[in-house]
Design a protein around this ligand. Structure first.
Ligand SMILES: NC(=O)c1ccc[n+]([C@@H]2O[C@H](COP(=O)([O-])OP(=O)(O)OC[C@H]3O[C@@H](n4cnc5c(N)ncnc54)[C@H](OP(=O)(O)O)[C@@H]3O)[C@@H](O)[C@H]2O)c1
Length: 376
């Protein structure tokens, strides 16, 4: 039986779902001759590790207890004394995590999985790469900080997987890497990579006011608690930056032109969320309605897209033919069109759910399994 030791950073919606997938797939993995051994899990404040990471792991009942405690909003430190495990808090956690990664990275191998939404994991990730560990990311921040960090993380391409950083579980990164590996030059990538903004733009087409559509998206749970986090476009810009860097462009986040769907004076530092929802949003209705009508008069529709062409990446609203994969988009799906020599007149189109804990965690799990050849 091949054994893959795992260390999980981040135990929110995606991290917990990943633990559940691991437990529910035990039978399937055993049939494939694989055992996923979770040796440590950390959140923002604490670390829970098996007492001896070489011979022990956090068993399935401990993993389920972690999920229960974390979904109730408590810290991992509540689990002091759980099974054959130890808790480390705050300052001690990073040192202990690096100690484990050092031991396992150089011996059995270790997959370090980042399901946090934090930049604080970057220093740990840089070091574990030097220890020979594999890295699996759902977190976009490590790959969108400096070029130096990006170069370091991808320095051993066989040891990093990050499918869920763009399009959640959709095979976006895999497809791109396969096209690039075959020497087929990619000319243009254009995609609707935010489920929230995909929903908003397609609902506008029905003639509904922007303010009403954003509020509906919020009540359906499609938006962040403050919808301006989606409407500002920075999350799409991070995805665009990851794709651009995969194409070989040495860009940084501030090289990307990002169009926000609300003006500066309605930003979170100048207007409360309550005021934005009650008064600010509807001031944006008229302008957007006019843009929708103008596009429609030309047989087009508006989509909030990330477009990478040449060395430039641009994120914002574009008019696109109604009769295109992006133009036909309805609801919260992601759609990505890739144009290359082989996909010249008709793009390669990848479409499907681009968010959600289940599909994102499934993407992370598939990435871990994809590393199995590196373990014995
Ligand atoms: N959900 C989706 O649909 C989706 C889709 C694609 C990609 N992603 C990405 O997946 C990641 C996880 O998303 P999520 O929805 O699960 O986020 P989340 O619910 O906010 O959970 C984040 C987790 O990270 C932990 N954390 C914060 N700082 C940390 C640190 N320094 N070290 C270790 N853990 C730390 C948090 O700890 P506490 O519990 O102590 O706060 C929390 O457990 C994000 O980067 C997100 O962008 C999500």
């Amino acid at each position: 039986m091949k054994s893959i030791p795992l260390f999980l950073m981040g135990c929110g919606g995606v991290g917990r779902q990943l633990l559940q997938h691991i437990v529910s797939c035990r039978h399937l993995h055993a049939k494939q001759g694989m055992l996923l051994r979770v040796v440590g899990v950390c959140d923002s404040k604490s670390l829970l590790v098996a007492t001896d990471v070489f011979t022990k792991d956090l068993n399935d009942s401990s993993l389920m207890e972690i999920c229960r405690v974390k979904s109730s909003g408590s810290s991992l430190s509540m689990l002091n004394g759980l099974g054959e495990s130890q808790i480390f808090t705050n300052m001690e956690s990073t040192g202990k995590a690096l100690e484990i990664a050092g031991h396992l990275g150089r011996t059995t191998g270790l997959a370090v999985v980042d399901c946090s939404a934090s930049s604080e994991t970057i220093e740990v990730l840089k070091q574990v790469v030097d220890f020979g560990c594999c890295v699996v990311l759902a977190n976009k921040k490590p790959l969108t900080s400096s070029m130096e960090v990006f170069d370091k993380l991808v320095s051993h391409p066989r040891r990093i997987r990050h499918e869920s950083t763009v399009g959640a579980g959709l095979p976006v990164i895999t497809s791109l890497n396969r096209i690039l590996a075959s020497g087929d030059p990619i000319h243009h990538i254009i995609g609707s990579l935010s489920g929230t903004l995909g929903y908003v733009m397609s609902e506008l087409e029905e003639g509904k006011p922007f303010s009403q559509v954003v509020k509906a998206a919020k009540s359906l749970g499609y938006t962040e608690p403050d919808p301006r986090d989606d409407l500002g476009g920075m999350d799409v810009a991070r995805k665009g930056l990851i794709l651009s860097r995969l194409l070989g462009w040495r860009l940084n986040l501030d090289d990307i032109k990002v169009e926000s769907l609300y003006p500066d004076e309605m930003g979170p530092d100048k207007m409360s969320l309550k005021d934005f929802l009650a008064n600010g949003l509807q001031l944006l209705d008229k302008n957007i309605e006019e843009r929708v009508k103008l596009a429609s008069s030309k047989g087009n529709t508006l989509r909030y897209v990330c477009s990478i062409e040449g060395t430039r990446c641009h994120v914002g609203v574009q008019e696109l033919p109604k009769n295109s994969a992006l133009g036909r988009l309805r609801g919260s799906d992601n759609v990505l069109e890739i144009y290359s020599r082989c996909y010249k007149d008709y793009p390669l189109v990848i479409q499907g759910a681009g968010a959600g804990n289940d599909t994102t965690a499934a993407g992370v799990l598939a990435d871990i399994i994809d590393l199995q050849d590196l373990f014995s």
